[in-house]
Design a protein around this ligand. Structure first.
Ligand SMILES: [Zn+2]
Length: 249
């Protein structure tokens, strides 16, 4: 039961796939450890995408050069589903940014089904309209790259010392919790101010964009103070100086 709850919390449909595996193995003489990964992949790649589309969510591109997940963990755990409007916005934005050599790398989006089913640990990624996007970085030689400092894409902040001055001081302990979720700092890169600003401005230029969350000091440092679509997410969330949160209307 615990395993089913765990799979459901982190992949939404994984728990159901486990139940199907148990049923299948009861009727046929199969090993669960072999049947489950096969069944899981079949559901992930073939069965779930068309059903989710029928219910109004599409899977984001996985192997597109200009729009891709930080790693395969996101599509494999069913965490890259969005409403068609957000999919279109991201594809268009990625095309707009080709000449700037900027590639959109996404993190957690939403699960395939049901409005109100949260994609943990995010509170608001529950309706297909939200997605987290990586900042743009450059190498130590100043060359733009689509690599990111953290393996997961979360938890490496632009300004390391910032947290102690803000929500943490007010007692919101979870505010820099993402520092534990890097899964390893694997690349030593510099934050690319110019390209990240271009990326955010491209999102802002789309009429479907409702709001964007980044840390207030970044909004100021990037010269985006006049854009009211860029908001502060509040101390109940986690800090947003390691990624951009984008949501559509
Ligand atoms: Zn988010």
């Amino acid at each position: 039961m615990l395993w089913i709850a765990f799979l459901t919390a982190f992949t939404q449909v994984g728990g159901l796939i486990w139940i199907l595996t148990l049923m299948l193995c009861k009727f046929r003489n199969l090993k669960k450890t072999i049947a489950f990964p096969i069944l899981y992949l079949v559901f992930n790649l073939i069965i779930i995408p068309p059903i989710a589309e029928y219910f109004g969510r599409v899977q984001l591109p996985v192997f597109k050069e200009n729009l891709k997940p930080r790693n395969l963990f996101y599509p494999l755990l069913f965490r890259n589903y969005v409403v068609p409007e957000l999919n279109k916005l991201l594809i268009e934005s990625s095309q707009n940014l080709v000449n700037d050599n900027i590639k959109i790398v996404y993190l957690d989006a939403n699960f395939p089904f049901f409005d109100g089913f949260p994609l943990l640990p995010h509170r608001s990624h529950n309706d297909g309209k939200k997605i987290d996007i990586c900042f743009i970085y450059k190498t130590k030689n100043g060359k733009i790259t689509d690599e990111k400092p953290a393996l997961s894409g979360y938890g490496v902040y632009v300004k390391d010392k910032y947290s102690s001055q803000s929500c943490i001081k007010k007692g919101y302990w979870q505010y820099d919790f993402t520092k534990y979720l890097t899964l390893g700092k694997i690349n030593d890169l510099d934050f690319d101010t110019t390209s990240t600003k271009k990326l955010i401005l491209t999102f802002i230029s789309k009429k479907e964009t409702q709001k964007i969350f980044i840390e207030p000091y970044l909004k100021q440092n990037l010269g985006l103070i006049n854009y009211n679509k860029i908001r502060f997410h509040g101390c109940n969330a986690v800090r947003h100086d390691d990624h951009i949160h984008l949501q559509v209307k």
